[in-house]
Design a binder for this molecule. Structure first.
Ligand code: PLP
Length: 390
């Protein structure tokens, strides 16, 4: 059976061009980029090129790029660097819809290290309550960390505006741009963020490689203390093949950005409009006109998301549900709860997240599959009667 993959916010296919670029560095070109000999140095040159390619994608300087093992490590490194830079400040700010890489770290810092945390709420459309955010900022605030775009709904936060407010108050500003990278035009110079995280496996590079952008001049302390690698900002011999692959993926992402915001967005909009038209009791989660171009979080009243996923899986269609699947429960995710999505619709939420590898035929296949799936599940649902939710 052919797989229709619409779970690209979870992870992406590694691009053929990326695999090709990486292959020699698993085999004959195994030198250490820090070595003095030519054999190692030729790998070093390729790592340098990769650093430049990453920098080009986000309009950074290459020496502002630090390679890490993943988005989670980048997030952790950024937050610890900020609190180390301002040890006397005991207040930290984030939103209540962050990825666990930030959300759980902030909860940990509150519980184990005595930090006061403001979890800024969002409204019913997933938009940040900036009034609460700005009122909570004080001289005691060490860092504000906000995701550029939400992994479940795709809702985009006003990063440039918040970065400016943070700068005015002398507060470090970090953004988790793991989902925004390759989907939005990211310009760290224009935005003025202090630190930014991105992750390879969301942009067609392998899992297990990430980046932390650190603005020049920021007093950064390493999270992984060790050798002199990454200019003393992250110990550990470089994962050369993956770094080189990520460099290629960034180059491709830059070239594909327009495609993402035209053709991929059109496919997402087509899938959305067809599902809304063909299936009653259906709601899109998140603000319609300020979302990632590839993401559709859509709730079907009176059915279980997990049951939808199971039936989609039988058709070879991969998507995600809006449940807190990592906890093994069927409760709606913290993002949908924060948005106060009604319980019976939150339960039936599915996230489709597309890439430029998807086609219109695939969207038609999903639409054709979804109509009888929802019909069938509603026949069994105690919450659905006479064509509506009870
Ligand atoms: N931040 C966001 C918004 C994410 O979506 C993810 C991954 O799903 C991460 C951080 C973590 O990235 P990684 O899987 O590379 O650790």
């Amino acid at each position: 059976m052919n797989v229709i993959y619409t779970d690209n916010n979870a992870t992406t296919k590694v691009a053929d061009e990326v695999i090709e670029e990486m292959m020699p560095y698993f085999g004959e070109l195994y030198g250490n980029p820090s070595s003095m000999h030519t054999f190692g140095d030729q790998v070093g040159k390729k790592v340098k090129q990769a650093r430049q390619r990453v920098a080009d994608l986000i309009n950074a300087d290459p020496d502002e790029i630090v390679f890490t093992s993943c988005g989670t490590e980048s997030d952790n490194s950024a937050i610890y660097a900020a609190i180390n830079a301002f040890p006397e400040r005991k207040h930290i700010i984030t939103s209540n819809v962050e990825h666990p890489a930030i959300k759980n770290l902030f909860s940990h810092l509150a519980k184990k290290e005595g930090y006061e945390v403001t979890f800024v709420p969002v409204d019913k459309k997933g938009q940040l309550n900036t009034k609460v955010l700005y009122e909570s900022m004080s001289e005691n605030t060490a860092i504000i960390s906000l995701m550029w775009a939400n992994n479940e709904t795709g809702v985009i936060f006003p990063i440039e505006e918040v970065a400016q407010k943070a700068r005015e108050k002398g507060i470090v500003f970090h953004t988790d741009a793991v989902q925004a990278t390759g989907k939005l035009d990211i310009d760290v110079k224009k935005t003025g963020v202090d630190m930014l995280s991105l992750s390879g496996h969301k942009i067609h590079a392998p899992k297990g490689i990430g980046v932390l952008y650190i603005k020049k001049g920021f007093k950064f302390t390493p999270y992984l203390i060790g050798g002199h690698q990454e200019d003393g900002r992250r110990g550990g011999t470089e994962n050369t093949a993956f770094i080189i692959g990520l460099g290629k993926a960034c180059e491709l992402a830059k070239n594909n950005l327009e495609l993402m915001n035209t053709e991929v967005k059109e496919l997402r909009d087509y899938l959305q409009s067809q599902l809304l038209e063909k299936i009653a009791g259906t709601t899109v989660n998140g603000v319609i006109d300020n979302r990632l171009p590839n993401t559709l979080s859509i709730g079907f009243d009176a059915v279980e998301g997990e049951s939808i996923l199971l039936l989609l899986d039988r058709e070879g269609i991969c998507a995600s549900s809006g449940s807190a699947c990592t906890s093994g429960s069927l409760d709606p995710s913290h993002v949908l709860v924060a948005m106060e999505v009604p319980f019976k619709s939150a339960h039936g939420t599915i996230r489709f997240s597309l890439s430029h590898y998807n086609t219109k035929d695939e969207m038609d296949h999903i639409i054709t599959a979804m109509v009888p799936i929802i019909e069938k599940l509603r026949l069994m649902s105690p919450f659905w009667k006479d064509g509506k939710m009870v």
